[in-house]
Design a protein around this ligand. Sequence first.
Ligand SMILES: [Zn+2]
Length: 535
Amino acid sequence: MEGTSLLSLPEGMLIEQIQITENGLVIALIATHPTSGCPLCSEPSSSIHSHYRRVLRDAPCAGRRVQLVLTVRKFYCRNPYCERRVFAERLPAFVEPWARTTIRHCEQITAIGLATCGKGGTRLAARLGIHTTRQTILRRIMALPDLPTASILYLGIDDFAFRRGCQFGTILIDLESSRVVDLLPDREAETSAAWMRQQPDLMAVSRDRGGAYASAAAQGAPQAMQCADRFHLMKNLGEALEGLLAHHLAAECKRQTQATRDSQAPVWQSKRATRISPTLERLQHSRREERLAHYEQVIALRKQGMSHAAIARQVGIGASTVQSWLASGTFPERKPREQSSQLDRYLPSLFQRWEDGCHNIACLFRELVAQGYKGSYESVRDNLVRLLPTGRKNAADSSSKAPALPPSRQAAFLLLHRPEELRVEEQETLVKLCQIHPAVDLAYDLVQQFAQMLRTRTGEHLDAWLTRVESSNLPELQSFAAGIEKDKDAVRAGLTWWINNGMVEGHVTKLKLIKRQGYGRAGFPLLRKRVLHAV
Ligand SMILES: [Zn+2]
């Protein structure tokens, strides 16, 4: 095989010498094509004026850098009507007239840049035998021409965050070819409208529910139908539903906690009461009898006119006791002596935490210490085991039999989802959720109707749905419906037409990935090039 075809060199090149050096390969080439076309008049000429050398960097060969030392010629233009007298030989598709790098090598560097980033690209290039710099890579990407935009009929538009989420840009997608057609540096209505004016064939614009793109489409493409994006519709509905659920779940949680407390509190209180043993009880009883007898004796002696000190001596008790008994007027019952522990005053909050689902004793202990508890860990553990003997078991049972109610966000997801796609336990939770309040049940019915309308593209039912919501007495959904009323045509179109921003979201995700690869200091223009030329 000829060396020129092995190295994919253009026709009419002759390899004069291949030299292996420390830095790679140096290939000396001579252009031998008998004629060359004048760049001005295109007339071929065979009259050689002179020879000169061009040194070019080429794509590496088997990991070695390649340098081409190219002997090319200058020709006379023999066309009498042409202004150009002498011209340099051109090698189109191989190297640009004044370039020092072959086109294929430039393409390699660009591809590395698009797939990585400036710094990472430099490192990868070095591993592949390509010597380049970060600046060169960035310059190559910026030199990429904007792709010619064909006429767009269906446009998807959305925003994206850049500069660490401080600034927003706009992404524009051709919904038919699913390609990013442009990025705009902001999300102002005027910028998008100006772009849309360049697209007179636009038939439909799929957009979010925000006002800016709606007015952009109204200004820039008044002929186009606007479609509110289904993803955003569902998102808004989900948020409304989440608000409604949060309200009812909080009420339900309070109710449950109170119910549990009511049913559980006597358990630990009665446990506390029965801690006194029967022997101790008998002892206490006889002590009281003895004390009562003393008391009656004190009263009797006092009536006889004896002094406090004499009574005390007679009865065999302290003078201060005699004094206090006489002052009290009635028999002073001893307060029942509880075996109080350090933990007692913390029991209600401990119990509450346990009910809230924290069953980690070490964690509870730390919380108590933070609240000022001075007792031991063992005491907390023993009391929990003794005073809440069923707590742990109950908690385990309740999680296996009747799943706890999920947080509002998760609950909203369950209500919005296709019921047939839910797992058995999710369906059970859903039933439980609908039972907590009639409002939740009604909301479930309404959101499922809306979701059904969205899935089956039956936007014609929108008005009937809005009427139902209006009479539902569910403020959260009514507020969602009020939002729809303001943008009804676009919402109806979104619920009816095939177009939606699903693929736009996909492109935004891809854009975020490209952004994270680091578009560095070059900012938005470089990001735009990278996204538009991303493969
Ligand atoms: Zn010419």
